[in-house]
Design a protein around this ligand. Structure first.
Ligand SMILES: O=C(O)/C=C(\CC(=O)C(=O)O)C(=O)O
Length: 395
């Protein structure tokens, strides 16, 4: 386990007409975004959200006046601080901003951005590495999920340990190789929907205006998903994300189904929500277990989210689900489920309860992360100007 440092809090400063917030820009898995020390941001949620929207440049589909990448996967923020609960080394809040949206959603998980949290904590001195590998328990405040994460922390020439970013691990959706970030999850069932199978059934038939009766699996093992056979929606499941994004009629069918399933899952009116994610499935084509096309929820993912992959893999274990029906066989107490997606595959190793082959108790997977840029995130002082009298440093 890591040593947790007495927190060294950097400072927010004034830079001319703007407020400068210390920030690391990081890639976490197949996502990217600014990471901030949560203790530096306004305590008032409305003001905090205004700061985050201004920082990302939203609402604007191009996010041209901010650091958002004009796609949901690159319009994410990590707010990190030392753990405040027993047994938690680091805690963070994941914030999703839709590029053209004017709200900040902190209600769901993001396993990709999670991969960058421990590297950020080491970079900022929140966690002090004591060996070649550093393991920490990381709490995602959005849902209360705890993950055990391990990164490589070799000693440099002067003996100081740092996060290794270079290495031989490869994840589909990211070019090249990098140091592995090992992530283990426990107790992710019902993260947002309250139960693994929120309707109590492995398969439901829902009535959708314009579509009729559609068979779906409604499931949440870290990410609420609607799993539906691609063919039922008039797709193959092997389309490119660009083809799906360009197909307005298909997207309208997917959204109509999502709205009905959101109610069925007990999530209420999800028209303004980033979940449930829509997962179109088809038989595997490349030796994996299942083919997926994940809509998050209105744009097609270039690969698949981490907890979406965990949840889709879990559905492959449970008898009667739509996923299991089209998947290659999965068996044993530690199966590795290969979830095929548009840019390759995502391997998830599941722990299945030997006494109950329908019960998934844990999951493990590999990601990579990298520090991309270190500096200040700047927002206009008209949005936020904390304690102006002591902020003249850079003015
Ligand atoms: O579903 C999304 O919006 C995208 C995600 C979320 C994620 O990682 C997860 O499901 O854990 C991503 O790829 O970053």
């Amino acid at each position: 386990m890591s040593a947790v440092a007495a927190a060294r809090v950097p400072e927010v400063a004034r830079r001319g007409s703007q407020t400068a917030i210390p920030c690391l820009l990081m890639r976490g898995g197949t996502s990217r975004g600014p990471f901030l020390d949560a203790r530096l941001l306004p305590a008032d949620p409305a003001l905090r959200d205004a700061v985050l929207l201004a920082a990302m440049g939203s609402p604007d589909p191009r996010q041209i006046d901010g650091v958002g990448g004009a796609h949901p996967l690159t319009s994410k923020i990590g707010l990190v601080r030392p753990g405040t609960e027993p047994g938690v080394d680091v805690e963070w809040t994941f914030a999703q901003v839709q590029p053209d949206g004017d709200t900040v959603d902190t209600s769901a998980n993001c396993g990709n951005m999670l991969a960058a949290v421990l590297p950020f904590a080491v970079e900022t001195g929140m966690v002090v590495p004591t060996g070649d590998r550093t393991t920490a328990r990381v709490l995602t405040r959005n849902t209360g999920m705890v993950a055990e994460i391990t990164v490589a922390t070799p000693a440099g020439a002067n003996g100081t340990r740092h996060v290794a970013y270079d290495g031989a691990a490869r994840i589909d959706g990211v070019p090249g190789t990098a140091a592995p970030v090992e992530i283990g999850f426990l107790d992710t069932a019902g993260s947002v929907a309250g139960a693994l199978l929120p309707t109590g059934r492995a398969r439901d038939t829902v009535e959708v205006p314009g579509l009729g009766a559609v068979d779906v699996t409604l499931i949440d093992n870290g990410q609420p998903l609607v799993i539906v056979e691609a063919a039922r929606l008039g797709a193959t499941g092997y389309e490119s994300p660009a083809d799906i994004d360009a197909d307005e009629e298909l997207k309208a069918r997917v959204e109509a189904l999502r709205l009905v399933c959101g109610e069925a899952m007990g999530l209420g009116d999800v028209s303004g929500r980033n979940y449930p994610k829509m997962t179109l499935v088809a038989p595997p084509r490349h030796g994996g277990t299942l083919t997926t096309r994940s809509l998050i929820p209105r744009v097609c993912h270039q690969s698949i989210g981490v907890l979406a992959a965990v949840t889709a893999a879990t559905a492959c274990v449970i008898e009667g689900t739509v996923a299991r029906f089209v998947a290659a066989g999965v068996s044993g107490t530690e199966p590795t489920v290969s979830v095929e997606h548009p840019s390759g595959e995502f391997g998830v190793t599941l722990g299945v309860d030997p006494a109950d082959p329908q019960r998934v108790t844990r999951s493990a997977l590999l990601r990579t992360a990298r520090l991309l840029m270190a500096g200040d995130l700047l927002v206009p002082r008209s949005v936020w100007d904390p304690a102006p009298a002591r902020q003249e440093k850079l003015a």
